[in-house]
Design a protein around this ligand. Structure first.
Ligand code: G4P
Length: 531
């Protein structure tokens, strides 16, 4: 196959959702279609096993939840699909955000009864920053759902993106009949099966303008659909593929992942509308086409101890151009060093496997003896350096100290190492009042991960004392010295790991207060680039 064909058939996406919307279920069903697993374990069975196929770390298995994101790849109808898993539950972390930097598009999964929820909003905004296409799948239609017009409106209001339904649900009060495909005029008939969609089932399609429809849909449903259809045609946005691809319009689908309903037709449309890996611009403004014969990629995630027996770290590399071959030598942009990529790994649904070659859009795992940093670019040929991975503002903070003061050195080493990996962010007080290590995380579980890893890898037991801060803001511009600013008494001046000035706040209100009372003060919720 030509390099351009390899690129064209690749799709790399992440599913963004709020916990319990059905992400695990949907992922399982997609893998099922790809033949990557032969029977989707029902979610109940998964919970009984207490870990999903994407879990690796020992700590995850112990807890029965996924602490780190992972990657799953499979082939479907000639496409090579990479799903980047974004951790969902309390294990929400910066990794979740960073994974989105490696995705070319996103599937936004919404619980039909709940609508747009908090975590979805946060993840959506990261996707928005990058203008990637976002596809909406409204799940759990087999149960009583909210009015679909209302859901559309909510997406537009809360997320600020117009939604254009590709399919439309029939029967939303717990009496789900199926979906109407607006493009083809066919009804995909729902049949809830008692096997909870464990197997692949062939969907049944009946043209709406046919006699057969009468035996499928009762008159009241047909009338309602006619009404809805008219309203959509008159009041809804027109489908515009270029807007979809620019991330300005989200195509909307309805279905039930658990019943395996609407998943395959969604996948087909998703593959048709979404884009293969696109050209990327590097920091010097150089445009790198995916078909460029020179290899390039960047590291978006570093994960420690995936294999406790080997104490290894794995750096996740997203390939942007050229062909990757096992054993090839590349240059690390930040240091100029040459590195031989000897033990690359690909990620399958349930295992890691050696990889011989890979293409743009693919994610490979590199053995990391401690040489890589987040955001590193690796390349061959002329120099390429992609922009660093943004640092996202943590929302939970704690004062972390070692229980044994003799181990302070080890403690600082461990905390620094975990911060380098991007597992946590560290700050130090900079108001001249005492020395302390403040750790900030995006999801509270990271505190436990920090405690666990400091104990297991550095032999240090720590005390984690939660602080009331809920936000950090980087100082972009200040009218005067930070100590002379008028700040709420609960705010604190600190420095981040790169010695950049930050302010810690307890609420949105205090951020606003600080801005209102200090003319010329400019704050940002992501760290300046180029870390
Ligand atoms: P997550 O990864 O997004 O957190 O969600 P997950 O797939 O684990 O699904 C959460 C719950 O929602 C599961 O119920 C799952 O069976 C259910 N679910 C997923 N898709 C559908 C769907 O299309 N229809 C319905 N009715 N349910 C769906 P569970 O394991 O039984 O847990 P719970 O319901 O007891 O909380």
């Amino acid at each position: 196959m030509q390099p351009s064909e390899e690129v064209q058939r690749r799709r790399t996406f992440a599913i963004i959702s709020h916990p319990d919307a059905g992400k695990t279920t949907l992922t399982e069903k997609l893998l099922l279609y790809g033949g990557a697993i032969h029977q989707a374990g029902s979610v109940k069975a998964r919970k009984a096993e207490r870990h999903a196929t994407s879990d690796w770390m020992e700590i995850e298995k112990q807890r029965g939840i996924s602490v780190t994101s992972s990657v799953m790849q499979f082939e479907y109808e000639g496409f090579h699909i990479n799903i980047l898993d974004t951790p969902g539950h309390q294990d929400f972390s910066e990794d979740t955000y960073r994974t989105l930097v490696a995705a070319d598009c996103a599937v936004m999964l919404i619980d039909a009864a709940k609508g747009v929820e908090a975590q979805t909003i946060k993840l959506f905004h990261v996707c928005r920053m990058r203008s990637i296409p976002i596809f909406t799948f409204v799940n759990k239609m087999d149960r009583a759902a909210r009015d679909p017009f209302e859901l559309m409106e909510e997406i537009e209001k809360v997320l600020g993106i117009h939604a254009v339904p590709v399919t439309w649900p029939i029967g939303t009060m717990g009496d789900f009949q199926g979906v109407y495909h607006r493009e083809t005029g066919e009804v995909e008939v729902f049949s809830g099966d008692s096997r909870h969609g464990a197997d692949q089932v062939k969907a049944r399609f009946v043209p709406f303008e046919s006699e057969e429809i009468e035996s499928v849909l009762a008159e009241s449903y047909r009338e309602k659909l006619l009404e809805d259809r008219e309203l959509l045609d008159v009041a809804g946005d027109e489908f515009d593929l270029s807007k979809v691809r620019a991330g300005l319009l989200t195509p909307m689908f309805f279905g039930s992942a658990m019943n395996n309903f609407g998943v395959e037709s969604f996948l087909a449309k998703f593959l048709e509308y979404s884009l293969p890996p696109q050209a990327r611009q590097d920091e010097a403004g150089q445009v790198v086409e995916p078909t460029d014969p020179n290899f390039s990629g960047f590291i978006f995630k570093i994960q420690a101890n995936m294999n406790p027996a080997h104490r290894d770290r794995i750096a996740f590399l997203r390939i942007c151009s050229g062909k990757f071959q096992k054993g090839m030598s590349v240059r690390q942009a930040a240091t100029g060093k040459e590195i031989k990529l000897a033990q690359p790994q690909a990620f399958m649904a349930d295992a890691r496997e050696g990889v011989e070659e890979a293409w743009p859009g693919d994610i490979i795992g590199l053995f990391d003896p401690g040489i890589y940093a987040l955001g590193d670019t690796l390349y061959t040929g002329r120099k390429v350096q992609y922009a660093g991975i943004p640092v996202f503002a943590p929302e939970h903070f704690a004062r972390v100290s070692t229980l044994d003061s003799l181990k302070r050195k080890q403690f600082l080493k461990g905390v620094t190492q975990l911060a380098t990996e991007g597992a946590v962010q560290t700050f130090r007080r900079a108001d001249g009042i005492g020395e302390e290590v403040i750790v900030g995380v995006v999801g509270v579980l990271q505190f436990e991960v920090l405690q666990y890893r400091l104990k297991n890898e550095y032999g240090v037991e720590v005390n984690v004392q939660p602080l009331n801060f809920t936000a950090v803001r980087w100082v972009v511009q200040t009218p005067q010295e930070l100590t002379r600013l008028r700040l709420p008494s609960t705010a604190r001046i600190a420095k981040d790991r790169q010695e950049k000035d930050v302010l810690l706040f307890e609420s949105e209100w205090s951020i606003r207060w600080a801005l209102e009372n200090n003319e010329g003060l400019e704050l940002s919720d992501t760290a300046p680039r180029g870390e």
